[in-house]
Design a protein around this ligand. Structure first.
Ligand SMILES: Nc1ncnc2c1ncn2[C@@H]1O[C@H](COP(=O)(O)OP(=O)(O)OP(=O)(O)O)[C@@H](O)[C@H]1O
Length: 507
């Protein structure tokens, strides 16, 4: 099945901190000639097999306010660049960045909301973004920071501080690519705004029980398709909107379907709506469009080399062929106790197959794909959040934004890919890789990411992603499981021993 050497690691290995193996790219010099490595064109695959699942624009039920809080602050470096479009954002202005939430002059009700979440001080992105977001007249913002660094709280605080609670009409709209993320954001709005008397919210994801209902919630959080439907049916009055937020903005503007819908939604809003775009990634293909969508925006960006969360330890399992992946996965799970983990696969079919096999062998797993209806999806993610299920198998539908702090391991059972611009074949998808692995290692927690590599193509894809993101993963060799156990344990231990540099925060 595979055209790869029996053990890829024999000739192509990443440096391994544990056994001092050195990276040997020499044999691949030709393939590496291009500084931004493009992998060999992927073999054509049958359509049904190759479509990477898109984030859904439909499905649903009602809001939940469950999410994790607290953190052990082990997060390493990340620095942001700030591009300011006005003099108010001058670094000499005392509001340029804030050291304490109390410096923001927020109403008491909001300070209480922040305390309810146990946030003691703002993270770097919050420190930089909040003064820019809160200034008047409102300014647009494009904000980038690594996964799990607190972008949600930044845009939610801005929204809540701009509401007129005496008006019972929609005033702020947050669009997210999946129903699960929309529910999660709504949860943050409800807890953070829990002390604001009269605050109302609306969850705009497909829900048969709210069909025909007029939207009166002041903060509307939803998926673009549903929001567009509500507006078209005149159930959502958009005239009073003051803030529009696109979470996972690059994803929202990049995909043909979601991008079109977001544009249409924006056209319905007042011209002076404050437009806020947040993501951990803004690939260059979407940057021009983000600037059109949020004109004259202040921008907080990350250097390409700072995109990864260093607290997430990267490993890969080198298996000989596709059919060995399942056994290697199960063996791996047998080695250690993992608090909670997410296994990402490429297709719904694989998710279902993997889930059936693991269940039949006594593993308790849950599966969430776009193939489930809204109520089922809500129930699965809730059970996983509550710890009733420790293993979640899913597709890219949950690659972005989902915050479950008990997740200590992410497994890329299949390497993420995206259609090549030429329309022929698929290319490695570094952005999706980054978002997937970012489901662990949240807000300074330690996490481990494991990627399965099984043939030459998967190896090349992984290698390209690692180069693009400056990742140096440790190889786990399936010929020696005792060694795998030792290596993984030592990686986890070394990650735990990372001295807190507190660089989640500004010094
Ligand atoms: N100032 C803070 N102090 C402590 N915890 C915080 C603070 N800000 C955010 N958090 C927590 O950090 C976690 C990650 O936050 P959030 O989900 O907003 O990250 P994100 O940057 O949006 O990530 P992603 O890019 O994956 O969407 C959440 O559990 C949140 O409650």
């Amino acid at each position: 099945m595979s055209d790869a050497p029996k053990s890829l690691g024999d000739r192509m290995t990443f440096p391994d901190s544990n056994n001092n193996e050195k990276l040997d790219w020499a044999e691949e010099a030709e393939e590496m000639a291009n500084p931004t490595p493009a992998p060999a064109p992927a073999p054509a695959q049958p359509a049904a097999e190759t479509t990477t699942e898109q984030a859904p624009t439909d499905d649903q039920t009602d809001g939940a306010s469950e999410f994790q809080m607290g953190s052990s602050l082990l997060e390493p470096e990340f620095d942001v660049n700030v591009k300011l479009n006005d003099l108010q954002g001058d670094p000499n202005n005392p509001l340029y960045s804030v050291k304490q939430f109390s410096d923001l002059n927020l109403p008491d009700s909001l300070q209480k909301g922040i305390s309810a979440l146990s946030f003691t001080r703002p993270s770097k992105i919050q420190e930089r973004a909040l003064p820019l977001l809160l200034q008047n007249p409102p300014q647009n913002l494009i904000g980038q920071s690594q996964s799990g660094t607190g972008k949600t709280a930044a845009f939610v605080l801005n929204i809540l501080s701009r509401l007129d609670l005496t008006l019972q009409q929609p005033q702020a709209l947050v669009l997210a690519p999946s129903r699960e993320l929309a529910r999660q954001i709504l949860g943050v709005v409800q807890v953070m705004g829990g002390f604001m008397e009269g605050l109302t919210t609306y969850q705009a994801v497909p829900d048969p029980s709210t069909r025909g209902q007029q939207v009166t919630g002041q903060v509307v959080v939803g998926t673009p398709g549903t929001v567009m439907d509500l507006a078209r049916r005149k159930q959502l009055n958009t005239r009073g909107m003051k803030v529009l937020v696109l979470d996972e903005a690059d994803n929202m503007l990049d995909q043909q379907g979601l991008g079109d819908q977001c544009k249409r939604v924006k056209l319905l809003l007042p011209k002076d709506v404050q437009t806020v775009l947040f993501s951990a990634t803004f690939p260059k293909e979407v940057v021009a469009f983000t600037e059109l969508f949020a004109p004259n925006a202040n921008a907080i960006t990350l250097e390409r080399t700072n995109l990864t969360v260093k607290g997430i330890k990267q490993m890969y399992l080198d298996v000989s062929q596709h059919s060995d992946k399942y056994d290697a996965l199960v063996k791996f799970y047998g080695l250690m106790t993992i608090a909670s983990s997410i296994i990402f696969v490429r297709e719904r079919k694989t998710a279902d197959e993997l889930s059936k096999r693991m269940e039949s062998e006594g593993h308790h797993v849950v599966t969430l794909t776009g193939g489930l209806d809204g109520t089922e999806r809500d129930s699965v993610i809730d059970r996983f959040r509550e710890g009733q299920a420790k293993v979640l198998i899913t597709t890219n539908v949950l690659a972005r934004g989902i915050d479950v702090q008990t997740v200590t391991m992410v497994i890329n059972y299949d390497i993420p890919d995206k259609p090549a611009p030429s329309g022929r074949g698929y290319l490695p998808d570094a952005e999706t890789f980054l978002h997937r692995v970012g489901r662990t290692g949240r807000f300074g927690k330690v996490g481990v990411a494991l990627t399965l590599v099984h043939d030459k193509r998967s190896w090349e894809m992984f290698k390209s992603i690692c180069e693009e993101l400056s990742i140096n993963p440790t190889k786990l060799d399936t010929d020696d499981w005792d060694e795998v156990e030792t290596v993984v344990k030592s990686i986890i231990k070394s990650a735990r021993n990372v001295k807190s540099s507190n660089t989640m925060f500004e010094s």
